[in-house]
Design a protein around this ligand. Sequence first.
Ligand SMILES: Cc1ncc(COP(=O)(O)O)c(C=O)c1O
Length: 386
Amino acid sequence: MNNKQLVKVPFVDLALQNQPLEKEIQQAINRVIQAGDFVLGKALEEFEQSFAKACGVQYGVGVASGTDAIALGLQACGIGAGDEVIVPVNTFMATIMGVIAAGATPILVDCDSQTALIDLGKAAQVITKKTKAILPVHLYGQMVSPKQLLDWADTYQLIIFEDAAQAHLAARESVGAGTIGMATAFSFYPSKNLGAYGNGGMLITQDEAIAQKVKTLRNYGAQSKYYHTEYGKNSRLDTIQAAILQVKLPHLSPWNQLRNQAAKEYDKHLKKLQGITLIENSSGEGHVYHLYVIRIKENCAFKREQIRDKLTAVGVETGIHYPIPCHLQPACKSLGYERGDFPQAESLCSEILSLPMYPGITKNQIAFVCEQLSVINEQSKLVKYY
Ligand SMILES: Cc1ncc(COP(=O)(O)O)c(C=O)c1O
């Protein structure tokens, strides 16, 4: 939508969460400027410790992005060339790019039609002698069942490496995101539940050796200044970004609660609409709703794009996460998959719609979005009838 004046309900509203903290954030930035420790500074170390603690683990290593947290984290777990990593096909492409960057081969698996999360039954069918790990993605803010994951990994003796880029402080079965795997990747992309003023990511783990290895890899493979034990890269979380994230961190849990409440409000309105299916919440209060995603029923008279256009016309911004399943992305051609290989993900991608979701979205705004969907639903019945 070009004309911001027309937007009644934005898809996200970052200013709403950043403005009240502006003064505190400015002071934190100023402290870094005064200290001049822009790279690997004190505020980075402080934030690494705080975020790891908030997640319930011992070590956190700040890196340049969530993608690098996956790539360097997998490398640190000893996963690389010749190894296969099982990945859900229904994820953001960065998950797959992280596996490729680590030198390993992503093996894609379809998702469960109700939760849109990796289907562990299907994952068991693609295990080979080369399989080293499973990389569950806690998509939209909902964790893959920790119990099922741990049982699964125990049965097949495989490493779990979590992608929690969309699931900061999410929980399920009283277990927190980032506490079940050998290591876990987070993203601090600005619109994430905990977002920086630019790019950022973190690898968390309970294993000191893995944390140390990522520290080396993110810093040109140097164990100490000008002493390079391996090939690494330049991938540090900037001290200024860490200082900003440290100010925001105490607000993460209340923000997540607001997201969860907003989702309940949406559920209440939308359960009644015939043309819509909701993505199942199997984790109750532990779902941190990075995104609130609905599914337009296959037999609805309006296609998803038409519904999106109608919502845009009345000032409601929406998104699609994601419109093309990873196996059909041109970049993945060499993996050798074809249309039809992952039917659940393929139909999800053509039917899903992400509605506005951010901490502070009001009941009235949600009611407005749902009212518009209800009007469209009624129109669609008429289209069907005639
Ligand atoms: C599921 C998932 N994995 C990985 C990433 C990559 O994170 P980043 O954009 O920080 O590289 C993202 C975020 O964009 C994501 O949503």
